[in-house]
Design a protein. Structure first.
Length: 323
């Protein structure tokens, strides 16, 4: 029978090796002898009755049981850290918050949250896509992110808490010289037969591409073929300009130099945005993010759907529920 009082030190040793996949580096990270670290890992394996790592002379890899233990171990250590902080008066550890991109809704939520808990350090990261960020959250390398939670695999979503933030109206990003740039808005029917870029081929943003595919299928819009993964605004602009296709975005997305954003209408397609974090994580920064999202949503009507707007049924129920 698995123990109910596993020593946190053993879990800390396990996670160091899981992160580094190298016993020598993990031992250096914890400032312990490698022999002591190996002994802790073997003891944990005996207590759990499971092999956690596959060790060879060339590499160390997590077993399926090791992969399964990672999120549980992180939650236990998070709880221990929270308990210690509550009685020591020490500030909470920095919270790593992925915004996907700068200047959009998530950045506004983070800014408000920082105002609510100035004593906490909320650090921004830019992982460009919830699909990628969710895996980083479950592995403990990120704490929170934003995106379309309904687009995540059920096994991934089961490990995350979800808090709806906003129904973001979608828009089309086009070059300033494009004929559609002269319009105040673009009707979806006008895009029938057109080709639009929506991140196809980028595994980091698969939840966004899947949402676009559902939209495009209803209005006979072609998905632009994959382009090389671009890192940074300048590279993204270069790659997109070379491909020559309009880009699906949201109305709050910062337009690139030489481009304009035109809202999509008839109906208004919505991109459902939620805050997600690892289940069991308790941190004043997470509470501040949730409060900030609620304040902004209430003040600006973020969670009020425009009449006749488009939203996949798979997203409706998730956006109605709050963790």
């Amino acid at each position: 029978m698995p123990p109910t009082d596993t020593d946190p030190r053993l879990l800390r040793s396990f996670l160091a090796v899981a992160d580094e996949l190298h016993f020598t580096r993990a031992a250096a990270r914890l400032f312990v002898a490698q022999q002591a670290l190996s002994r802790d890992v073997r003891r944990l394996e005996r207590e759990l009755g499971a092999e956690l790592f596959v060790r060879t002379t060339r590499q160390v890899a997590l077993t399926p049981d090791g992969e399964r233990l990672v999120p549980y171990a992180r939650r236990v250590l998070d709880a221990h850290a929270e308990l210690a902080g509550a009685f020591s008066g020490a500030p909470a550890r920095p919270l790593l918050v992925d915004l996907n991109s700068d200047g959009a809704t998530a950045a506004r939520v983070l800014g408000r949250a920082r105002e609510l808990v100035p004593e906490c350090e909320l650090m921004a990261r830019f992982e460009s896509g919830l699909t990628w960020a969710a895996s980083e959250i479950l592995a403990g390398r990120l704490d929170a992110s934003f995106g379309r939670a309904a687009g995540l695999a059920p096994a991934v979503r089961s490990g995350l808490a979800v808090h709806p933030v906003r129904y973001e109206p979608m828009a089309l990003m086009v070059p300033a010289a494009h004929p559609l740039a002269e319009r105040e808005a673009v009707a979806l029917a006008e895009l029938s037969g057109a080709t639009v870029h929506a991140g196809a081929g980028n595994e980091r943003t698969r939840e966004w591409t899947d949402l676009a595919a559902l939209l495009f299928a209803e209005w006979d819009i072609a998905m632009a073929p994959p382009v090389p993964l671009a890192v940074g605004v300048a590279e993204f602009q270069r790659v997109i300009s070379k491909a020559g296709h309009p880009v699906l975005a949201v109305t709050g997305f910062p337009p690139l130099p030489g481009t304009v954003l035109r809202p999509l209408v008839d109906p208004i397609p919505l991109s459902p945005l939620s805050l997600v974090w690892r289940k069991g994580l308790r941190h004043p920064g997470v509470a501040a993010l949730r409060t900030a999202a609620d304040q902004l949503a209430l003040g600006e009507g973020w969670l009020i759907r425009p009449p006749g707007s488009w939203l996949p049924e798979s997203d409706v129920s998730l956006m109605r529920n709050r963790s």
